[in-house]
Design a protein around this ligand. Structure first.
Ligand SMILES: [Fe+2]
Length: 200
């Protein structure tokens, strides 16, 4: 059963292509909507991963990097206040603001099991791939005496195998997302450790 089925697979208006929300505007929206600081940090971490991936792996220009970054920054913006309406609220808000459909599409497809929307573009796929992975890596950092310092792929792999650790994080989604992205999970873990550690 899809708990948050969006009931559609097309988002935004193609006429708004190139209309990227600014970082300032995105951060204002987060400040308005999200009171939970750890949720904000989660979105900032995913944003940092998305931007770094766009730059380093996809070799995209700065405008494209910004699209990836704001998709990460806003993907859970409605979770704090409207968990039952998760994803629908932020999508409708971005549509109302005439934001680039690629950004809205990526947000809409970050949980195919919940929203009923498959990730299609590289941006969609990486948002799905980094979302849960980033969360479990951060949870792991909190239980390590040295935080992110000295963290390695092997340690994260162990936490993934330990089903009792961060039990709410779906291991199936993490594996499914890596497969859809066409990347080795170890590569994604190493990238995430490297690029989210500085974001608090
Ligand atoms: Fe998330």
């Amino acid at each position: 059963m899809l708990t948050h089925d969006l009931g559609r697979t097309e988002f935004g208006d193609p006429a708004n292509q190139g209309n990227v929300i600014s970082l300032d505007e995105a951060n204002r929206l987060l400040d308005d909507w999200v009171k939970n600081e750890s949720l904000k940090r989660h979105m900032r971490q995913v944003a940092a991963l998305m931007k770094a991936w766009a730059r380093e792996e996809e070799k995209l220009d700065e405008t494209e990097q910004l699209k990836w970054e704001v998709a990460g920054l806003l993907h859970d913006a409605d979770w704090d206040q409207w968990p039952d309406d998760h994803c629908r609220r932020i999508i409708e808000e971005l549509e109302r603001r005439n934001i680039d459909p690629e950004i809205i599409q990526a947000i809409a497809s970050h949980g195919p099991r919940f929203f009923g929307v498959d990730p299609v573009t590289p941006m969609d796929k990486m948002l799905y791939a980094f979302d849960e992975l980033s969360g479990i890596i951060h949870a792991y950092s909190l239980m390590r005496p040295t935080g992110y310092e000295g963290m390695d792929v092997k340690g994260v792999r162990k936490r993934l195998k330990d089903k009792a650790f961060a039990a709410q994080v779906s291991r199936e989604d993490i594996a499914d997302a890596a497969q859809r992205a066409g990347r080795e999970l170890d590569e994604l873990i190493a990238f995430a450790i490297q690029h989210q550690s500085a974001i608090n």
